[in-house]
Design a protein around this ligand. Sequence first.
Ligand code: HEM
Length: 311
Amino acid sequence: HNKDTSMPREQGGICAEGNLHGLYLMFNACEGAEAALPRVLAGLASWLQSSADRNADCAFNGFIAVGANYWDTLYPKQRPAELTPFPQFEADDRQAPSQPVDLFVHLRSDRLDVNHVAASEVCRRLIGLADLVEEVRSFRYLDSRDLTGFVDGTENPVGVNRRAVALVGEEDRPFQNGSYIHTQRYVHNMALWDQQSLKTQEDTIGRTKVENHEYPSDAKAPFAHIKRTNLKHADGSSMEILRQSMPYGNMQEQGLFFISCCNTPAHFTAQLRSMVMGEGGHYDHLLKYTQAVTGAAYFAPSIDFLEGAAG
Ligand code: HEM
């Protein structure tokens, strides 16, 4: 049959609904691994899909993404049109550092043990090909709140709009139904946050804490997080991203593992710039209480691309 007429299948984890537990694995590829990796990654992506079917009762899902700085080594023939390194920003004591990683494996489900088994399989298949450089285990906190106590994800796209926002369309045919992924691990200063009054906390986000009501436009401060990130194109349409962020941590360190999935890197880049660099001297005051310690840009290709590139 003619493959070009069928829609490439996206990796299931990109647009998946929220879960109770997440497990993120970051790898750097070994010297020369690019010869064997395309086949292993195609096998892994299809294994993740069949695991999702077998573990539908706990809503298991996953995706694999390839780092912007490693892409050309792994797939020298074709590159997603807009794939660029992580946009690094810095102003005063606010930093959004870039720390490139070659491979990102995103695993989620409603069972810790299922995630653990999947992660073990991923690591087993990558032995000798890639070294694990970081692992983060995330969890749903209360009713999908960030550890600051505010509901996170309210303004995310819903239903079919999730795919429209997160997946590349026909404009880049070889990479259709792939997704531009940005991650940042934020470490919260919980002691400082907890010292702030409820009013200061709510002004910082631009929403109320318990009821999660959006502030009316005229009450939103220019430094409020949702003021700094709700950006519009010149034609008035919203610059949307699909956020798949979840809280993580232990008693020594805690925060948000931020994840953006989008059909372009431009929206995340504009939002991050707006948070860190601000506008008219107004930066995102959330950054007074949390600090990004990592930042990486990836592309999560369709399963069909991965299989095609495996030869
Ligand atoms: C909204 C938390 C980082 C983009 C929100 C909301 C919360 C939140 C509580 C309001 C509820 C919602 O609509 O989800 C956080 C925390 C962060 C963080 C705790 C880091 C520690 C980021 C970053 C970006 C971002 C790095 C993008 C560069 C957005 C967007 C919205 C949002 C686009 C929706 C704005 C709207 O249309 O109302 N975030 N966020 N966030 N955040 Fe973040």
